[in-house]
Design a protein around this ligand. Structure first.
Ligand code: TRP
Length: 338
């Protein structure tokens, strides 16, 4: 830890992770853990906003997700890894913040109306879903995080978080909370074989747990430059849906060779894809092995979470004591009010 800045980020518990998560978030988390005090967590209560009808399916998604965090290099000796619902202070803070948050602020979060429409079958026109960014605010400021690494889609939630912080600080007349800043992840855009953003729900993801054969099948199924109908047509790596993977995994010299093979029409798409496989497998092998090892002994994952929950709770309690005091709501006859 080279400074006193705190970083916090979370992921909804959607289950096993894929290369989109690795390049979009986890590699960034791994880097940040060497620079700051980091808190990373599984947002299982947030998952409930859309999955409340299948609440029981959430439990089996948590451990594999934590295994994937660890496999990607998140180090529990450096970062605090925890589960949102294990730290009940998130719920108390969420409740208190909800008293301070004007409804209009929530109704104008752009994701809200869009999602209610887009996920009509899930019936998420609920109090909890409207409050999603309030819960997210609680997640962040409970640890007084300075930086929140997120993707572009979360920027409006961070803006709301800052507004809530300003309001609470103003109304209590105290600097109770730090105003956090989004750390926008500058990451390569990872698309799936179909050209859409890699996502479990699109069925186009390469998961950490996929074996080499599965990875090969997915790689070979990528759409490439759609205007390149024959090998004798020159290809355009800069518009190709597949080529960006070489930019991540293939060493520069070989990449140049592939690029010129493509643009001069001397190398076809099948060959180009095959050239990626050894590099992709080399990168994925240690992650896959670590993941398998952890899943063979889930007690190691549980140990990490027991320790992380404990450390998160200590920090969360400190913050809540300060907030209760600032609000004059520390009059409970037992000592802590908690
Ligand atoms: N809303 C975030 C997402 O969908 C997940 C999340 C929940 C989060 N709480 C957070 C991210 C706090 C950063 C900080 O990706």
């Amino acid at each position: 830890m080279s400074d006193h800045k705190r970083v916090l980020s979370g992921m909804r518990s959607t289950g096993a992770l894929h290369l989109g998560h690795l390049h979009g978030a986890l590699q960034n988390w791994v880097r940040l853990q060497y620079e700051h005090e980091c808190y990373f967590f599984v947002a299982d209560w947030h998952a409930l906003t859309t999955e409340y009808k299948e609440a029981r399916t959430i439990q089996e998604k948590v451990a594999p997700m934590v295994a994937d965090f660890l496999a990607a290099g998140v180090d529990p000796g450096r970062a605090v890894l925890f589960i949102q619902s294990s730290v009940k202070e998130h719920a108390e803070l969420y409740l208190l913040l909800s008293m301070f948050t004007p409804l209009g602020w929530l109704e104008r979060v752009p994701t809200f109306k869009e999602q209610v429409q887009a996920l009509a079958d899930k019936e998420i026109h609920t109090h909890g879903f409207l409050g999603y960014p309030v819960l997210q605010t609680a997640d962040i400021i409970l640890y007084n995080a300075h930086y929140v690494p997120v993707g572009m889609d979360q920027v409006s939630h961070l803006e709301l978080c800052r507004e809530i912080v300003r309001r609470v600080n103003f109304l209590t007349g105290q600097e109770v909370f730090v105003e956090p800043a989004a750390l926008l992840t500058a990451s390569a855009k990872i698309t799936g074989p179909d050209g859409r953003k890699m996502s479990k729900s699109y069925g186009n993801a390469i998961f950490f747990g996929d074996d080499e054969e599965k990875v090969r099948q997915t790689v070979m199924s990528y759409i490439t430059d759609t205007q390149r109908a024959r090998k004798s047509d020159p290809g355009r790596p800069d518009v190709c849906n597949f080529y960006p993977l070489h930019e991540i995994y293939t060493p520069a010299a070989e990449r140049e060779e592939i690029k010129s093979g493509c643009t001069s029409a001397s190398m076809g798409c099948v060959e180009c894809k095959k050239r990626l496989l050894p590099h992709l497998n080399t990168a994925m092998a240690p992650i896959r092995e670590k993941r398998d090892e952890l899943l063979r002994d889930p007690s190691a994952i549980m140990d990490v979470l027991v320790e992380g929950n404990h450390r998160a709770r200590a920090k969360a309690r400190e913050t809540m004591a300060r907030l209760r005091e600032a609000l004059g709501m520390n009059y409970s006859p037992d000592s802590s009010g908690a």
